[in-house]
Design a protein around this ligand. Sequence first.
Ligand code: S3P
Length: 168
Amino acid sequence: MKIFLIGFMGSGKTYWGRKLSEKLTLPFFDLDEQIESNEAKTIPQIFAEEGEEYFRLLEKDTLHIITESHDSFIMATGGGTPCYFKNIDFMNRAGTTVWINTPVDLLHERLLKEKTQRPLIKNLNDAQLKGFIIKKFSDRKIYYEQAEMVVEENEKSIEKIVEKLFHA
Ligand code: S3P
């Protein structure tokens, strides 16, 4: 079973991915961490030194390599992963995609505290960040909506997620 968690930055993909992997005793992959370890660079370094286009290619290649070389896993993808190179179609063909949906206000609150490691937002002030999230979220929603299953804010418990996964 291959489960891909998708959703905006700060939606909790890594948090729920780790929880799910413990509960289902499946290996866990964090796509950003895999890219960082393969490149021996942080995501901000890759963006700064090679640019976003190069990062998107690495992201696609790493997604394909992990997916094709493992039978079963939980993967936390990056916020932009489903939006480039038809990655959402690839993930939907390979396994089950789960959109971790989170209200914009909550994303804003979290990302204010966690923006330094995220190159797309690290130079934005509070007001700019809010505007960025609203715009980017509305641009990306059409990709997130292609997930096979969605977890809304009020459904975020491991029991509920597992129930939805297996009794959908
Ligand atoms: C990005 C999200 C990040 C990371 C990169 C770009 C995006 O992942 O892949 O900074 O385009 O939304 P997280 O969603 O884990 O922050």
